[in-house]
Design a protein around this ligand. Structure first.
Ligand code: ZN
Length: 313
């Protein structure tokens, strides 16, 4: 299963407890995959998607919010592409109208504006709701590349308004998302590992977050070891061989118990070494806050070595 699919599996199991957050998430799903259609002059509302998880979540949110069971139909996708299209519709006019009001879609409906251009900001006033909204956006239109290969998370939007709304909400959480146009759609994306981690935290994908972090730390360790091994300058030789051993210890601890299990003082040193694989121990000590003298940092590094050897924690 792809990394994206794992994240979606995880977040599709989350149904917000509060009405406001459930509405915010549904508005994201609806803006990505919703549609209107008139029946005898009354507007009806529905969701159409090729992703079964979006269909499931849409169905559960509608049931929670409006107490009504929507009708789900499944059709084979046309042409040669394999898969299904899931269509959820609210059958009776009353619950359709209720949902239209709750999602604040009255004006779009009165224009029979088939593409909803963005979600209503009134639904996105609290942080909790903005997080639920981002979860709905990722579920409906997001993807995340395998962190072994590349750090790339993207959310695809049909309209510039929606893309801008997504970007703004992400920016409110300190995420520096960029946008690019691709085949007539707007892609909002993140490229930095730590920002992707933050995003996964916001949408409560905690298992995926840990998997992503583990891959990232191991990749850093490997890169740093390689970089150190490749650095063969003679006068750096001694520093480097010590650093290689230290990185080896740190990588081993990460595999055995995870770096986050280390006591704070040792964890700080471990992360500093990962970040700066090619400086001397003394310089490393000076980089800490507060700085540590040569003997202080040697002592901590010795403890790390002992833990890596499985002697004690
Ligand atoms: Zn909320």
């Amino acid at each position: 299963m792809s990394f994206s699919q794992l994240v979606k599996e995880e977040i599709s199991k989350i149904i917000p407890e509060t009405r406001h957050c459930a509405l915010a998430e549904l508005s994201a799903v609806f803006t990505s995959s919703g549609f209107f259609y008139p029946v005898e002059g009354h507007p009806h509302i529905g969701i159409r998607t090729e992703n079964v998880l979006v269909a499931k979540t849409g169905f559960s949110l509608i049931k929670k919010l409006f107490g009504t069971a929507a009708r789900v139909s499944v059709t084979e996708r046309k042409q040669s592409r394999r898969g299904h299209v899931y269509t959820i519709i609210l059958q009776d006019a009353a619950s359709s109208e209720q949902m239209i009001r709750a999602l604040k879609l009255e004006s779009a409906v009165s224009r029979m504006d088939l593409s909803v251009r963005s979600a209503d900001r009134k639904l996105l006033q609290s942080d909790c709701c903005r997080k639920a909204f981002l979860r709905g956006v990722f579920l409906s239109s997001g993807s995340l590349s395998d962190p072994e290969k590349i750090y790339h998370l993207e959310l695809v939007s049909e309209t510039e308004e929606f893309a801008e709304e997504i970007r703004e909400i992400m920016s409110g959480f300190g995420l520096n998302a960029k946008t690019v146009e691709r085949k007539g759609r707007i892609v909002v994306y993140l490229k930095e590992g730590n920002q992707i981690v933050d995003f996964l935290g916001l949408i409560q994908a905690s298992v995926s977050l840990l998997n992503f972090e583990n891959t990232r730390v191991m990749k850093d360790v490997r890169n740093n070891v390689n970089r150190s091994v490749n650095c063969e300058t003679a006068n750096l030789g001694k520093t480097v061989s010590a650093a290689v051993r230290e990185l080896h210890d740190i990588g081993k601890i990460d595999q055995l118990i995870g770096l986050d299990q280390l006591p704070g003082a040792l964890r700080e040193v471990a992360y500093a070494r990962l970040k700066h694989p090619d400086i001397s121990l003394k310089e490393l000590g000076e980089m800490l806050d507060p700085p540590l003298g040569k003997s202080g940092i040697s002592h901590r590094m010795r403890k790390i070595h002992e833990i890596a050897e499985g002697r004690k924690l």
